[in-house]
Ligand binder design. Sequence first.
Ligand SMILES: [Fe+2]
Length: 360
Amino acid sequence: MFIIISFFTQYYIYRKLREARVSNLSRNIFIAWGIFCALIFLASDALKYSDLISGRFFEIAFALSFTWVIITILGFFAFLVIDRFSNPKRFNQAKVFAAIILTLIGVFWCLSEAYLVQPRHVVIKTDKLPANLERVRITFLTDLHIGGVSTRWHFDRVMKIVNDSDPDIFATVGDILDGDMSFRNYELSEIRKASERARKKIGAFAVHGNHEYYLFDRKNDKRQDINKIISNDCGLDLLIDERREISDWLVIIGVDDKPSGWLRGLAHDDDAGKFVLLMKHRPGLLYDQDGKFDLQISGHTHGGQFFPLGYFKNREYDSVQGLSFENGSYVYVSNGAGFNAVPMRLFTPPEVTIIDLVRE
Ligand SMILES: [Fe+2]
């Protein structure tokens, strides 16, 4: 899909460059670079699960080609806007210059949006809170992708929101770790501090996403022990297809991202009077989850990350972002706190989700 979109946008820009009589050399470089990025994208996508390429190569190749796809989409709209709302009708070199400036403004916008993480407050009413509790606060992170192209500055902003929210339950719902963790002791210890604070209240919990399974150790050329990193280094109670009876009113279930994401009998019939919190990285509802939980918290989609590309990529899910109510249960899909591959977002700002359960 990305390749088709990229082909279309580049062809449109190429036609405008030719109309403006931009030199043959410049146009050929533009097309050659586009073909190169498309080939890199196809090769890295085809080989990402094989041992033929390293994880590092995949990261760089995917980032390069995905960035180019985004730039060409922004360029397409910039050329289109300049073409439609300017005179004379024929495209000229001044218009090319204006379109390039407009594209760069778009790139700056997308880069800025990716780093401007915000708290997203949600209130859910329930009749399952005990009489002595007015409110239970769940603060959760997904898709932070530490170890990818994330920065310390962005990470600190995320953790400040987590800590300021003072959660009763702190949760990570997958794709928190991504890439090489051997240089990320600071980030792991900060997550651990947040976990320890929440453990003094109700607890700190985690489930794996797909990217935790991509983790590798570059230095030692072997897969990193993700379970140990999350449990020991981050201090989170890792749920791999497990349930925790937290109290007489609360059950937390964590469904692993592999292999199927089914509940597989984790929800019990006698949970009916209890609040069942389901942690599951991908938002998709499967038949065995119907009516067996009160709230599912998920991520994975990044809210689309780059409008409107994400809606093509995530069309398999009923809900791509925000709160929905399906078959008697709430499902909240976070935009995610970070970004994947490239630090760019469009109309899907990153978030730290703060859900307050309050008595109905
Ligand atoms: Fe994911």
